[in-house]
Design a binder for this molecule. Structure first.
Ligand SMILES: *Cc1c(COP(=O)(O)O)cnc(C)c1O
Length: 476
């Protein structure tokens, strides 16, 4: 194939993807709506794609850009003199490193070293589950306040013991978009001498520009580290997050060096070793281009649209409700009990009209919902979003709610995922509409309805079996 044919093929392959621009994709991608910023980001990404952050002495440009970006982040997040930061590949990596640094902290007690644990709200991002799994840190989950969906600091206090290495709060939480009571959590950390990580992956580049955010960053004494993703509300290309620490001593335990082999001495500040400088250069370029004033405008526009949308949801008889009053630009919408439709069908209807909302399965007594992260480009289309939402609600009502055969539901809720073999998974996946070589299903409502009656462990097992079958080599 010629280069031209290959490029045409790449374009064709992307045709079924959700659009990354235009503001109609309300999770996974974030669009500033600034064409010039996007173009600049892509140029910088390409310009530095082949560089390697493995060795800052070979690529001093990357070290300079990293320090620059960290300085900007520190300025936004109230960091005190002496703060440090590391640029990572994304929010998950930042969180993994925050947990690792806490686990391996110099001065950990015998109990903390022997059986480390962390205390975190049940609404914490799934990346903490991954960190717990990777690093052998026992997660102690604490239920949040059932009305506000914010962390319950008193309950967290009661869950702390002599093995606790870390306390966690979100600003805001992904699923409900609310900010945890960071001052109360940070006070606990200070009193007990335990690190406090604030997960501001999604809010960290947005909340500093809003007037009505409660205190949540380094200005709160006791906050040890903060994660903030540039590839969300920094509106930069994918692959950049920052993990900030209040001081250099807190960070040191996530660094890694290996000299005891015959090659170069491997010296890594983050999890990756060879790492492209492209995403870092793109973030450096876009963040300078948009700048503080630009980000302030974008944040306010997105916040205004979020409040307006929440207002319409409350005022119109759509059969929808906002799960929690939004503290930022994220909304979770649930169907009212008498709505006559379900949110999974609503998401399918929206998708067929070109809008992506992401379904959230029922969790710990809470309802199923759909998640919306509103960005600046979405704000410009708010009237269109409302129109499509009304039409989708009407269509979902006409279809009626999806239901799971009670016998199947009962059978599924009895299954123990630890004891299922591949053949059983094949049967279950076929039942769920995820079987065979059908590839990706068009409509997800039936599948989500079935997942919704399964326990989280079974959801995980089923979806892992699904991705295992999808991720197989094929002729393109
Ligand atoms: C997105 C997000 C993460 C994880 O970030 P990735 O970049 O997807 O790895 C963690 N926490 C919160 C609150 C997030 O929104």
């Amino acid at each position: 194939m010629t280069a031209q044919e290959i490029l045409a093929r790449l374009r064709a392959l992307g045709e079924r993807d959700v659009p990354t621009q235009g503001g109609r994709t309300l999770s996974y991608v974030y669009d500033s709506g600034l064409a010039e910023a996007d173009e600049l980001g892509r140029s910088a990404l390409g310009m530095y794609a082949g560089t390697n952050g493995l060795d800052p002495t070979a690529f001093p440009s990357l070290l300079a850009m990293e320090n620059d970006l960290v300085a900007m982040a520190g300025g936004l997040l109230g960091a005190p003199a002496g703060f440090v930061g590391s640029v990572t590949s994304g929010g998950t990596e930042s969180i993994l490193l925050a947990v690792l640094a806490a686990r391996d902290a110099h001065g950990a007690t015998e109990a903390q070293r022997a059986a480390p644990s962390m205390v975190l709200p049940t609404t914490s991002h799934a990346a903490f589950h991954k960190a717990a799994h990777y690093f052998g840190v026992r997660p102690v989950f604490v239920d949040v306040d059932p009305d506000s969906h914010r962390a319950d600091a008193d309950a967290m206090a009661a869950a702390i013991d002599d093995t606790t290495i870390l306390l966690v709060g979100s600003a805001p939480s992904y699923a409900h978009g609310v900010i945890d009571p960071i001052p109360a959590i940070a006070a606990l950390g200070r009193e007990r001498g335990i690190r406090v990580h604030v997960d501001a992956c999604i809010g960290g580049w947005l909340l500093p520009f809003l007037d009505d955010a409660p205190p949540w960053h380094f200005a709160v004494d006791g906050v040890s580290s903060i994660s903030v993703d540039l590839h969300k509300y920094g509106y930069t290309p994918k692959g950049v997050s920052i993990l900030l620490h209040r001081d250099a001593a807190l960070r040191r335990s996530h660094f890694f060096a290996a000299a005891d082999w015959p090659g170069y001495t491997m010296l890594n500040t983050t999890m990756q070793s060879t790492k492209s400088g492209g995403p870092l250069a793109a973030a450096w370029a876009v963040s300078r281009f948009i700048g503080i004033d630009g980000y302030r405008d974008l944040a306010r526009v997105a916040r205004r649209a979020t409040l307006d949308l929440a207002h319409v949801i409350a005022a119109e008889p759509l059969g929808l409700s906002v799960v929690a009053e939004p503290d930022s630009t994220l909304l979770a919408l649930a169907a009212s009990p008498d709505a006559g439709f379900d949110v999974f069908t609503l998401a399918d209807e929206m998708h067929s009209r070109g809008w992506l909302l992401s379904p959230q399965l029922p969790f710990r007594g809470g309802p199923a919902s759909v998640h919306l992260s509103l960005c600046a480009a979405t704000a410009a289309r708010l009237p269109e979003l409302l129109e499509v939402l009304r039409a989708s609600v009407a269509a979902a009502r006409a279809t009626g709610p999806v239901s799971v055969d009670p016998a199947i539901g009962a059978a599924v809720s009895q299954l123990d995922p630890a004891h299922l073999d591949d053949a059983t998974f094949d049967v279950l996946l076929a039942m769920a509409g995820l079987g065979g070589s059908a590839g990706l299903p068009e409509r997800m409502a039936q599948i989500n309805a079935l997942l919704a009656v399964a326990e989280p462990a079974l959801r995980e097992a089923l979806l892992l079996a699904f991705i295992d079958r999808l991720a197989r080599p094929q002729e393109l």
